[in-house]
Write a protein that binds this ligand. Structure first.
Ligand code: CP3
Length: 352
């Protein structure tokens, strides 16, 4: 697949082209800060319905597209969505996040996991991604995403979100062999799922290892990095042209190690100055980020200054403008609109 100037901006930036402005999208751009989403949630109170009934998931994914025309449109789904296909029952609870029916704590449970067959367990993903591609055409880029093994294992072992990760760390440091087997099975399933998303129309894949920043750098290299590498390698074997993005929350102490994952683009959060991130990652690594989502509570002038500052520090080429993490549910919708408008009017020559 060659690079063509009719390709959407985000895809071109992801391939390293120098552009007139960075492409822009927002993590969690579909969701609770939007009235249209809250209205639809009344009609479909179950998160699984909203993300697994194709017509509803398509509508939610397209709500921010219709409102703001971002350069990226992400599949509305969750990182735990593929788990039932492995035999792990789950739900996504209002205000809490994923809940696992029977947390995995024993060798027997690890042995009983099934290999993922996405055509069978995730048929709705194909309908959703095909519809998104059809709708946005060449005007935007459709992003797929998957959770990384460590972060998925954290939910499945703990049974829900955690502040301390005590149960999975206990397993990591007392029964590492079992945990490694589990992480290996998850990596296999996640790579299969990511390939399926690409076959169904996803043009970029973002790997969320949200909770890998809870590990010390040494343990990141043992329990997170090798499985990120496995997932990226397996995707690349069959889909070498699809850009791959890595996100770790609270990754300031891990940036250089993240660069060894095989990702094309590293998401940087706001705890790192973008100029420092560039210096630490080198000119060959592309970056995404990195405004504090809280900036969107500020005045328009404040938001504009922070956008300019970030874009200036990221420099020419290889930058996807984004927040450093998901947009917060209480964010004023008009500030999101202003963020996109300002970003889309940027010219790199003007802010340099
Ligand atoms: O970015 C997008 O617009 C795509 C949608 C998306 C969701 N989850 C929808 C969602 C994405 C990319 C995810 C990934 C995800 N899910 C991650 C990785 C990203 C990150 O935040 O680091 C994680 C850790 C999860 C697990 C999860 N699911 C959490 C922590 C929560 C939030 C709990 C809460 O209520 O605050 C969920 C639920 C969830 N997934 C919501 C959304 C929009 C909120 C619930 C709702 O809107 O009803």
């Amino acid at each position: 697949m060659g690079v063509s100037s009719s390709d959407p901006l985000l895809l071109r930036a992801a391939r390293g082209e120098v552009l007139d402005r960075p492409p822009v999208w927002m993590m969690r751009q579909a969701g609770r800060y939007m009235k249209a989403y809250r209205d639809l949630r009344e009609k479909y109170p179950s998160f699984r319905d909203r993300s697994e009934i194709p017509e509803v998931a398509i509508e939610v994914s397209l709500q921010p597209w219709k409102a703001f025309q971002p350069d990226g449109v992400i599949l509305f789904s969750d990182i735990v969505t593929p788990l039932p296909g492995l035999g792990i029952e789950m739900d996504v609870a209002e205000g809490k996040g994923p809940i696992i029916a029977a947390p995995i704590r024993t060798q027997q449970q690890v042995d009983n996991l099934r290999p993922l067959e996405p055509e069978e367990s995730l048929p709705f993903i194909k309908t959703i991604l095909q519809a998104l591609r059809q709708e946005v055409g060449n005007k935007s880029t459709v992003l797929g995403f998957v959770g990384a093994p460590w972060t998925l294992a954290a939910y499945v072992v703990e049974g829900k979100g955690s502040k301390t990760y005590s149960i999975i760390k206990n397993m990591a440091f007392t029964d590492p062999t079992m945990l490694h087997q589990f992480l290996g099975k998850l990596a296999e399933a996640i790579a299969t799922y990511a390939r399926y998303q690409i076959d169904c129309g996803a043009q970029v894949i973002q790997l969320f290892d949200s909770w890998a920043g809870q590990l010390s750098p040494q343990d990141y290299e043992t329990f997170a990095l090798p499985y990120q590498q496995q997932v990226f390698q397996q995707i690349r074997q069959t889909h070498p042209d699809t850009p791959l993005i890595l996100l770790v929350s609270g990754s300031a102490g891990l940036l250089e190690r993240m660069a060894k994952s095989g990702a094309d683009i590293i998401t940087v959060d706001w705890t790192v100055d973008m100029a420092d991130a560039r210096a630490r990652l080198g000119t060959n690594m592309k970056v995404q980020g990195n405004l504090d989502p809280g900036v969107l509570f500020g005045s328009q002038e404040f938001i504009r200054d922070r956008i300019y500052d970030t874009v200036r520090k990221a420099g020419h080429g290889g930058h996807i403008l984004n927040l450093g993490h998901g947009v917060l549910p209480s964010t004023p919708e008009e500030n999101v609109e202003f963020f996109f408008e300002t970003a889309k009017q940027l010219s790199l020559a003007a802010v340099a």
